[in-house]
Write a protein that binds this ligand. Structure first.
Ligand code: NAD
Length: 308
């Protein structure tokens, strides 16, 4: 039997994710949205590419949650995206209602699914999905760190003129202005960039990473990034479906790890078919730990507004 992935939200991120999953023949994909015709049209269009791509994945677009029944993974990308001048936090109240509804309806049909949240503000929306779902924490987590790390890797490769394949990066913390890129753990073939670049170049990479989303928003003028976000989400889905035990930075519910409790924050997590198999509590310097706690405090401020 084919694996089944539901992508909730057939907008830029959702549809591009559906395409990536189908192209890679990772699973059958159901794309669901509230706009009539939109997921059906995009789903059919993606499906019609499969003969060319050589993939036998089936792709269905729908407005009816019954079509999503029995999914192994549900990815929530529904909600509004940023416009220029908006922060991710400006999306809070609108996306809260949307993520709540999508979580409830998806789990009614797929009670055993792993839930991956993409909608912003990411960490707060994970907290919403977790509370509504009532699932163990290992089955609800969010995508942000893989994207932020991919951005950092891109800038590292551009600066050093090396293959992106040689790069590795870790960006932890909340998915916002307070995110915590970790240069010490960001390497080219295992060598930390702090040993390869002068401090001002490292600083510039860190700053560009932290404002990587805003850079795209200001260029696009309408909407936000979706190629890299969908690629990052596909990597997480892949790790789950193939039970890869892959360590990736993910927004996870912390219960004391890194000294943080009852809150979603980006940390290194090992992903497999059970979802988050393990949180890797890597050693941080005092400054890194303080930055992570500042970022967690910013997430908590948002979560407190929602009074979950
Ligand atoms: N975590 C990350 O790193 C990251 C990266 C990029 C985008 N995002 C977030 O992902 C979300 C989607 O971004 P996008 O660019 O695809 O936006 P988009 O506007 O292109 O698509 C959003 C889709 O959600 C649908 N939708 C709205 N309410 C719904 C509901 N109740 N049920 C089902 N579908 C519903 C809309 O009809 C629309 O098609 C945004 O919140 C954005 O900020 C997060």
């Amino acid at each position: 039997m084919n694996r089944k992935v539901t992508v909730v939200g057939g907008g830029n991120v959702g549809a591009t994710l559906a395409q990536r999953l189908a192209d890679r023949e990772l699973a059958d994909v159901v794309l669901i949205d509230i706009i009539e015709g939109l997921p059906q049209g995009k789903g059919l269009d993606i499906m019609e590419a499969t003969p060319v791509e050589g993939s036998d994945a089936r792709v269905v677009g729908t407005n009816d949650y019954r079509d999503t029944a029995g999914s192994d993974v549900v990815v929530i990308t529904a909600g509004i995206a940023r416009k220029p001048g908006m922060s991710r936090d400006d999306l809070l109240n609108t996306n809260y209602k949307i993520v709540r509804e999508c979580t409830e309806k998806s789990l009614e049909q797929s009670p055993d699914a792993i839930l991956i949240v993409v909608s912003n503000p990411l960490d707060a929306m994970c907290q919403v999905a977790y509370k509504v779902a009532g699932l163990p924490r290992h089955r609800v987590f969010g995508m942000a760190g893989v994207l932020d790390s991919a951005r950092m890797r891109t800038f590292m490769a551009m600066e050093l003129g090396v293959s992106v394949e040689n790069t590795h990066a870790f960006v932890l913390g909340g998915h916002g202005d307070t995110m915590v890129p970790l240069p010490r753990y960001s390497t080219v073939s295992g060598i930390p960039i702090t040993e390869l670049l002068p401090p001002e170049k490292v600083d510039a990479i860190v700053k560009r990473t932290a404002s990587g989303g805003a850079e795209i928003v200001s260029l696009l003028k309408t909407g936000s990034a979706y190629y890299a976000p969908s690629a990052a989400t596909a990597e997480m889905v892949d790790a789950v479906l193939k039970d890869k035990h892959k360590v990736l930075p993910c927004a996870c519910y912390l219960e004391g790890e890194f000294g943080i409790r009852d809150l979603y924050v980006g940390v290194p997590a090992q992903l497999g078919e059970r979802g988050v198999e393990k949180i890797w509590e890597i050693k941080l310097t005092d400054a890194e730990r303080a930055a992570l706690h500042r970022s967690a405090a910013a997430v908590k401020e948002l979560v407190d507004v929602l009074k979950l």
